[in-house]
Write a new protein. Structure first.
Length: 172
């Protein structure tokens, strides 16, 4: 009971309340919590709460709500593929035979070398990010992708340098 009363009366920072925008939008406080976790997912809820001038229970509750709603899909490490030795990276545009896009996606999802796979609009059916440690492995993966069942053709774009990483995106 005391914890609920403390949460209800916690007025130490703007944006802390249940003041949600229309639909499934996030509050200012939610964005601040996400920014903290994006920068360091190991940071304690107590430290985040102290910086945001709210009770730790507020941070805990909001994080749990965002997890339950699927907004936070999990916590993990940020990998730098280049520093791990994956020097050869490419974005491969994949064109699938009509009516076989989902089937091709399922094959590629389990393919070694595929880091990410996106279903996209436009002329191409999907785009994949591949990462390999050697030029020979890169060559083998690219040729293997083009030989997958129901793949009509592929177009490979070699990544020269990664300028911005996914985890650097700051929503809000």
């Amino acid at each position: 009971m005391l914890a609920k009363a403390a949460l209800k009366n916690d007025k130490r920072a703007p944006g802390h309340g249940v003041r949600k925008k229309r639909g499934n939008m996030l509050s200012e406080m939610d964005y601040k919590i996400l920014e903290s976790l994006r920068n360091d997912s190991r940071e304690s809820y107590r430290r985040i709460a102290r910086r945001l001038k709210v009770h730790p229970a507020t941070v805990i509750r909001r994080v749990r709500e965002m997890e339950k709603g699927g907004l936070i899909a999990g916590f993990g490490v940020k990998l730098d593929y280049q520093k791990m030795g994956y020097e050869f990276m490419g974005l491969v545009e994949i064109y699938a035979e009509s009516g076989h896009v989902r089937e091709v996606e399922q094959h590629l999802r389990a393919h070694a070398g595929v880091v990410e796979l996106w279903d996209v609009t436009g002329d191409v059916d999907m785009i994949t990010l591949i990462a390999c440690k050697t030029r020979q492995e890169f060559n083998k993966v690219i040729k293997s992708l083009s030989r997958q069942p129901h793949v009509e053709r592929t177009v490979t774009n070699v990544v020269l340098d990664v300028i911005k990483k996914e985890w650097e995106f700051a929503p809000g």
